[in-house]
Write a protein that binds this ligand. Structure first.
Ligand code: KIV
Length: 286
């Protein structure tokens, strides 16, 4: 579907044409288990949200914005303030998809009460419909606490990037029997605790298939095969904005190459005074 935006100058809001359908809801997403695969991408800005929204069921304001937007070495330094600012921008830029916001490292692990305060702040300040948190059995009590109090939660097990210091890197998980068993136990624990969606990241295909069959909420894979109920990627990875991306990323574009070519053309024209040309300058009407 091709969507254009006209700017309402009184509100500064860009309105999409044609007018979009009603926004999806958390219960509707949950009901997609076993049906048509759920399409999810990350978004951090209003403009990117506008472009992705007509094609996606779910937009995730991922804490991967730490590396993608802020140039941080991992997601560990990402703050609640960053997540709220970008979450609000993505909600403003979307009309159709459910928007979920990652809870950053340190904002939820200490206790269910800490998690509730952080999640409530995210929902109030952004207008998003759900939060995502990382962790399995250790987070089950927190998932039950939040979902029992009206906060829809997305779980995230397998490769959990916020635990990079404990895991020792970003390699795929579940290579040993013990690790595979633990990931399955984690998936079951957060699903039974009430998460409405479960992200499976960087796990062997058999684990993804078994977890998807074992839980009654939809699973969303990232590096977890097509046996999941849906897929997510970091948008900038699939658009080819970085030289390096994980093995599980399929690049649908070469944005880095296209930006390089466009900027090099601009720089050449500025230096040769070919830009600005006749079409880009103001002259008094005669
Ligand atoms: O932070 C993130 O972008 C994620 C993913 C699941 C893509 O958690």
């Amino acid at each position: 579907m091709s969507v254009t935006h006209s700017l309402d100058t009184s509100t500064s809001r860009a309105n999409p044409l044609p007018a979009p359908m009603k926004r999806l809801t958390v219960p509707k997403l949950k009901a997609m288990k076993g049906g048509e695969p759920i399409v999810m991408l990350t978004a951090y800005t209003a403009r990117m949200a506008q472009l992705l929204d007509p094609h996606c069921d779910l937009l995730l304001v991922g804490d991967s914005l730490g590396q993608v937007i802020y140039g941080l070495p991992s997601t560990v330094p990402v703050t609640l303030e960053m997540m709220c600012a970008h979450g609000a921008a993505v909600v403003r830029g979307s009309w159709h998809a459910v928007v979920a916001v990652d809870m950053p490292f340190g904002s939820y692990e200490a206790s269910p009460e800490q998690a509730f305060a952080s999640a409530a702040r995210i929902l109030k300040e952004t207008g998003a419909a759900a939060v995502k948190l990382e962790g399995g059995e250790a987070m089950a009590e927190t998932v039950a606490f939040l979902s029992g109090r009206g906060i829809p939660v997305i779980g995230h097990v397998g490769l959990t990037p916020q635990a990079v210091n404990a895991l020792g890197g970003y390699g795929a998980r579940g290579k040993s029997d013990a690790e595979a068993k633990k990931i399955l136990a984690d998936a079951r624990a957060v699903a039974e605790a009430g998460c409405f969606l479960l992200v499976l990241e960087g796990v062997m295909e058999e684990i993804a298939a078994e977890a998807t069959a074992a839980v009654d909420c939809p699973t969303i894979g990232i590096g977890a095969s097509s046996s999941c109920d849906g897929q997510v990627l970091v948008t900038e990875d699939m658009l080819g904005l970085f030289e390096r991306a994980p093995r599980f990323v399929k690049r649908y574009e070469d944005f880095a190459g296209r930006i390089e070519a466009a900027v090099s053309a601009y720089a050449g024209e500025v230096r040769s005074r070919a830009f600005p040309g006749e079409d880009q300058i103001y002259r008094r009407k005669k």
